[in-house]
Design a protein around this ligand. Structure first.
Ligand code: FAQ
Length: 312
């Protein structure tokens, strides 16, 4: 088939809301956009292990430690499914890791904020995994097959993560005044960065229109941010915490909450490398990668030897 017919067939697959699979022809721009988004998503899962991971050794009970360990391990798993989805488009995990540690690919802004108190473990589960679910449930229907299929499993685990965060915060809210103050202080710090996870406002989002036309994204950034606010306000009321937004109020006409604007200058600073923890997150990832070099070398040597033995 010539390029014109290949493009027509690709567009008709997208038009029927069917999947594009690795063996299918696709425009180079589509391939690059999927690689960019999926790699950024994979890096977010891997870097996202750091803020909560710091609390594993300081969890207040064996039960809390086991839960946190399992959650952080799930995030590693999500990163690996997503790197595998990316590899189907011809980029290796090694190349993607290099791009991350050299700052050539992004990861979610949220993981450049520190986890300062144990309540942050609960808030990350409730608000960060909550935002991840709002964003990722529609991505189960994304047009690229391997990405959509990995999203289905990831979303099941994220919804468990969100509930564990809510349960942790609810337990603290039933505790002492000091614990309630810790939860409120944590929610105050995480609310706006959680809303920034959805990306810039639609009129300042260069990729949304094309990504939606290709079915890579199913909703705009502002649409998903609104869903997050509408989902979270009633949950905050159940917990008994206040969301730090004086403009937050129910709009009867829209049947949705009105809310204030995040600080977009702060968002731009964070995604261009100047957030509170950017340097430390990448330095930690780079160190872990270098420290793991001997494992990769040993695995390769073992694979080579097994291969030679099977040919003897
Ligand atoms: N952070 O034109 P748009 C998780 C960049 S997983 C950093 O709107 P797009 C699980 C964007 O890349 C969280 N950069 O871009 C977990 C672009 O720059 P570029 C990760 C951001 O792609 C929980 C530029 O700004 N989830 O949390 C951000 O159409 C707890 C212009 O933006 C995903 O990755 C941001 N927040 O829409 C793990 C979901 N927003 O690349 C551990 C999949 C925008 O041109 C613990 N991704 N940028 O240089 C998406 O849905 C989309 O990529 C968006 C951005 C919505 C994030």
């Amino acid at each position: 088939m010539d390029e014109h017919s290949l493009l027509a067939s690709f567009e008709s697959t997208i038009g029927r809301h069917e999947r594009i699979e690795p063996r299918d022809w696709m425009p180079e721009g589509y391939r690059k956009t999927v690689v960019r988004q999926v790699a950024q998503h994979a890096h977010s899962e891997i870097i996202g292990m750091q803020p909560e991971g710091q609390w594993i050794g300081r969890a207040p009970s064996l039960r809390r430690k086991a839960i946190l360990l399992a959650k952080v391990q799930d995030e590693a798993g999500h990163g690996l499914y997503l790197y595998s989805a990316c590899e189907t488009l011809g980029v290796s995990r090694a190349e993607l890791t290099e791009m991350l540690i050299e700052g050539r690919q992004k990861y979610s802004s949220i993981f450049n904020y520190p986890a300062l108190s144990y309540a942050d473990v609960g808030t990350i589960g409730w608000l960060v995994d909550g935002a991840a679910i709002c964003n990722q449930v529609p991505l189960c229907r994304t047009s690229y097959g391997p990405y959509g299929r990995s999203m289905i499993r990831i979303c099941k685990e994220e919804s468990f993560h969100q509930r564990q965060g809510f349960e942790l915060l609810a337990t603290m809210m039933r505790g002492t005044d000091e614990q309630r103050a810790m939860v409120q202080e944590s929610v105050d710090r995480f609310w706006w960065p959680a809303l920034m996870m959805f990306g810039p406002p639609d009129d300042d989002s260069p990729n949304t229109a094309q990504s939606m036309a290709w079915g890579i994204k199913r909703n705009t950034n502002d649409d998903l941010r609104q869903r997050m606010v509408d989902m979270t306000v009633p949950q905050a009321a159940v917990l008994g915490v206040t969301l730090p937004d004086p403009d937050l109020k129910w709009n009867e006409e829209r049947q949705s909450y009105d809310f204030g604007a995040p600080d977009w200058d702060e968002f731009k600073a964070v995604i261009s490398g100047n957030g509170p923890c950017n340097t430390q997150r990448i330095a930690h990832r780079r160190r872990a990668h270098e420290d793991g070099a001997w494992v990769r070398e040993a695995a390769l040597a073992f694979a080579r030897r097994s291969n030679e033995e099977s040919h003897e």
